[in-house]
Design a protein around this ligand. Sequence first.
Ligand code: SIN
Length: 324
Amino acid sequence: MQKNASLVVVLGTGGTIAGTALSSSDDSVYTAAQLSIAQLLATVPGLAGVPIEAEQVAQVDSKDMSHAIWQVLAQRVAHHLARAEVAGIAITHGTDTLEETAYFLQRVLAPTKPVVLTGAMRPATSAQADGPRNLLDAVAVARHAGDAGLSGVLAVLHGTVHGARQVRKAHPARLDAFDSGEDGPLATVDNGVLRRLPAHAAVPASGHLPPLTAALHCAVADWPRVEIVVSHAGASGALVRALCTDGVDGLVVAATGNGTLHHEIEAALLTAQAQGVAVRRSARSGDGRVVLQPGAQGLPGADDLSPVKARIELMLALMPAGAR
Ligand code: SIN
């Protein structure tokens, strides 16, 4: 990066932050992904004079986020990160799958410059829209994260900075809908000023895992198919068997307790694994990690990854390295 690189590239992908309602008093009935990224930037007076380039990468309600959009987004982020004049990237995104996109970009790119996702819980037309402040904060973090010792993929919402591995949507409606579980957030941002939270003073936001870059080039149709199943009271192995018959490559099971499984789903998963399907067990409890006994046989754990992030990790791990 140029010593005084200051350009922020803002990539738009849709979401409630770009949503519109019929009335400015309506915060809950609206259509996501209506305004362009250029229109959104125009609603943030605080960004006047800040060197910004905008690009519309997608325009979706993030419940419909696809692998195809992920690939294009990762390619565009990689393209802009390679430009010396770019200090960082901000991405506007729906909140529903923001944590998945954040983790995907982190694992595919492991960027050393900041890549900052943000969204909003209220549409852009709301009299009390939260999007403009979140976008202002995201741009500030994209420009100045390095000064606070932060890099990699981050999420900035409601004045709080989260790491890609930890961030999760923890509430369907509250303005402060996001948290970082028991690890806690990395920093706060207030009027453009970033403050690192002491608990994380020594922990790099991005982790040390090398990037799994095959997703940048591998044809999306060839991406491994990894699905999530849940262990619960009264569970059976029927879904697992059906998915195996349907040709699944990997399965993540959202497990009870410390990775425990209903004996029927466990038997089906062990059979699947013996047939060549990769299986990981993730905790369905939200916090904590699956800690298996040393030397334990059977189904590997997914450490602290939530089921949706464990799915991404397994999919990337199964992706053929040289595929095009
Ligand atoms: C979406 O995820 O695109 C809609 C919901 C939101 O952004 O809050």
